[in-house]
Design a protein around this ligand. Structure first.
Ligand code: ZN
Length: 339
């Protein structure tokens, strides 16, 4: 190695202020829970995606069901004076020219997602947030899966390498460039979302922030996208410091549970960490409007909808479940995660 390169490496090494963050504690099995949008409702049956005979038959089988979207939202039947129901179409109702995406099997029935562009009579498109009130958890998971896949297919049209139009695979699970033969699969974007705890003589506090788009009184967990080449642990430390100036104890980071988040295709990775100090947050106004420490008691009350000063996000979000587990007095949830 030439001496100038060696000296640059030595210089870099000297200037590195912190050692790499050590492996975190994985407690996934301790929580014994699945979050909203995590119930897929089908077996993805990936081995069938390349079976052209199966796909051809399944797309024509009168037992098969198609989840129909229009205007980027799932369609619901709106029978007069009854609750809306998720629309599940059989193959004869799908236009021949429509592309469809194989989602998987449930009880021997094949499920597909397809985009009809416009609603059909007696149906309306519903946002997934609104749809959660009419869906089982299995249906919500299936809709999240379908929505992310359809969004990717609608947006990802041209080859990033040679700019030619891409062709969807028969199962609708990837695209191929006819010009350079490259294959492209749907991408997900990983996001860290975390409970940051401070222990004081007055009790335990969690650091929450709010964005200007949040309804009045709503605060949520800090969160942010994981950057290229970054670990989950490093992202937790960086995002917390960037948004609030709070330094965390890197050895305290735990990865608790995760949730697919279909707007459009995130994977929310729920984490926990301890702050080094109980310090006043210094908010980055490009990221947050405000950040405050809230007591465990106040968060418990908010989980029950009984707080007059704090609203946390709704039950189907990972932020709600993180805060519920963190503030829960039950040994089956939070405490069980801390052996
Ligand atoms: Zn290409």
């Amino acid at each position: 190695m030439c001496s100038s390169i060696k000296s640059v490496i030595l210089l870099l090494d000297k200037n590195t202020s912190s050692s790499p963050i050590k492996a975190s504690h994985f407690k996934l099995s301790s929580f014994n829970m699945k979050l909203y949008f995590s119930h897929e409702g089908v077996n993805r049956s990936a081995h069938l995606r390349k079976n052209l005979d199966f796909l051809k038959l399944a797309k024509q089988d009168s037992q098969s069901r198609f989840i129909a979207f229009a205007q980027e939202q799932p369609l619901f039947l709106f029978p007069p004076e009854l609750n809306p129901e998720l629309l599940l179409l059989s193959p004869e109702h799908i236009p021949v020219e429509n592309t469809s995406h194989f989602l998987g099997l449930h009880n021997g029935i094949s499920y597909f997602a397809t985009d009809l562009s416009e609603p059909i009579p007696l149906t309306k498109p519903l946002s997934l947030r609104s749809a959660t009130q009419y869906c089982s958890e299995e249906q919500a998971g299936l809709l999240a899966y379908a929505q992310s896949l359809l969004h990717w297919s609608r947006q990802f049209l041209f080859c990033p390498t040679c700019a030619q139009k891409l062709t969807l695979s028969p199962a609708g699970d990837f695209k191929t460039c006819n010009s350079c033969s490259k294959e492209y699969y749907p991408r997900i974007n990983p996001v860290v979302i975390m409970v940051i705890e401070a222990q004081t003589e007055q009790g335990e506090f969690a650091l929450l922030g709010r964005q200007s788009r949040h309804p009045p009184g709503m605060y949520s967990c800090l969160a942010g996208f994981i950057e290229a080449g970054e670990s989950i642990e490093a992202a937790v430390a960086r995002e917390t410091f960037e948004e609030t100036g709070v330094l965390i104890d890197e050895q305290s980071i735990e990865i608790w549970f995760n949730q697919p988040w279909p707007w459009p295709s995130q994977l929310m990775i729920g984490c926990y960490a301890k702050a080094q100090h109980f310090q006043e947050p210094v908010v980055d106004l490009d990221e947050l409007e405000q950040a405050h420490w809230f007591t465990k008691e106040e968060i418990q009350k908010s989980c029950l909808g009984m707080s007059s000063i704090l609203n946390i996000p709704p039950h189907f979000t990972i932020a709600h479940q993180l805060l519920k587990n963190w503030s829960s007095p039950s040994p089956n949830t939070y405490l069980k995660g801390h052996t």
